[in-house]
Design a protein around this ligand. Sequence first.
Ligand code: FAD
Length: 493
Amino acid sequence: ISADGRSLSRGPYSRIEPADLLVFADIIGQNHVITDQFEVFAANTDWPRDCRGQGGHVLRPGCAEEVSVILRHCQKRRIAVVPQGGNTGLAGGGVPVFDELVLSLSRMNRVLEIDAVAGTVVAEAGCVLADLDSHLSEHGLTVPLDLAAKGSCQIGGNLSTNAGGICVLRYGSLRGSVRGLEVALANGELIDCGRVNEHESRLVQLMIGSEGTLGVLTKVTLACPPRPANVRLVLIGCDSFQSVLHLFSAARSTLAETLSAFEIMDAATMSAVSDNLKLNCPLSGSSEFFALVETASCNASGSNDAGKLDRFLECLVSLNHESAGSIDAVISNDSRQFGVIWALRERAFEALVADCGPAGGYMQFDASVSDRLDMQRLVLATRAEFGQLDCVIRVAGFGHLGDGNLHLVVTADPAGAAGCGLWPRVEAFVYGWLSRRRGSISAEHGLGWKRSAYLGHCKSPTAVSVMAGIKRLLDPQGILNPYKVLPPSALSY
Ligand code: FAD
């Protein structure tokens, strides 16, 4: 029985024997076969601390060839393997469910080549996103991805989840920037899934977002945009979601290519940030919604950008007149202040989880919708359905307005929630609501373990069986990240 109450049988996998450990030690060296209980415990526990496996071993290969030989052995012995990057995933995809072997990419963290003329980087999959970005900064380039977990997540994990983050609005989905990918298949074969400049390699696209179920990414080639030289940030408080949507339209038309992020939080989220993390919002009044608008450009003088920002601020002022002065804003072009303002949004999830702790005290959703108004409708509908229950503390929403991605979080007293069967009810309600509105149950965090059972809410039975067919073709023994992405009923080995 898993932490979320689902029952599941362990698959037909071999247990790891002392003889296997000797083989692994031979491949990567005894030091990198980890059995220390604290390290193994950490590798079995996901970032929100609500998914916990019982694996007893972690391997840390140092290169793609070692990954390849390890997988060849695991395939031969039918040992189940969980590829693990920075372990910041929010869908329970990067940790074992039972006693799977954890294959950590953390030692494979070399930046192999930066071509400043072509604007490309080749790096091992275990490079931490922030480190990769700092290497690129020396060449005037940046990674076309930014998210709050950048100090720990790895580029291989980012591609395996097709991470979204705050600058999708500017650079598009990460998959569009991938120019090459080296992958170790379940049988250990290393394949080059796309050469530089092969923009639309189908194999590359198949591997991106596959959450470690189709192969282990070992090396990536990314196209990297020039690093912005001029960044500004505006934090706006609004009285209604409609005003937020007006501002979003205004931002798109006035800020044009300089618009790099448009993030939103509701008042419930902001109050969790101030109650639980003691971070203060610099806006004075009480607002229902908050928008963080970032502009970035490579124009060092910033003169052209300032004109664009002025036009956006004029829209803000006229909207403020129309809504009787209920809009409030602060503008910053001081990089020291950016961190303070961004922390309000980047630490939103951490603040909400702190309402009641991770063990049974919250449920988070990663919904995507096409009608932006649905982002608010879903929060309101969930609040109307559950907000009055004694055990519920908060129903809050925040997310990336630019790509219609809402993170809905419900927090509750764990004992009360268990007593009234709250979490299965919330889950059924939200997934049912999304299914009726043709939304998706997973926008950017992946399906992992947490959402695998609910895939049918956003994919037809035929689509699920096509996904299962691809999995069987690439991983006939099902050793790569079992129990994740697909519902157990879709695969039988
Ligand atoms: P892990 O958590 O280690 O693994 C995630 C999945 O990828 C697992 O299924 C794992 O098996 C697989 N995997 C990892 N590495 C490999 C590899 N080399 N080959 C094959 N499979 C692999 N996500 C967003 O999209 N947008 C956000 O804005 C965002 N904000 C976040 C903020 C916070 C504070 C936190 C904690 C997380 C956030 N996330 C966000 C989620 C998370 O950071 C991303 O999903 C990230 O891409 C995961 O990378 P990772 O290296 O930590 O992968």
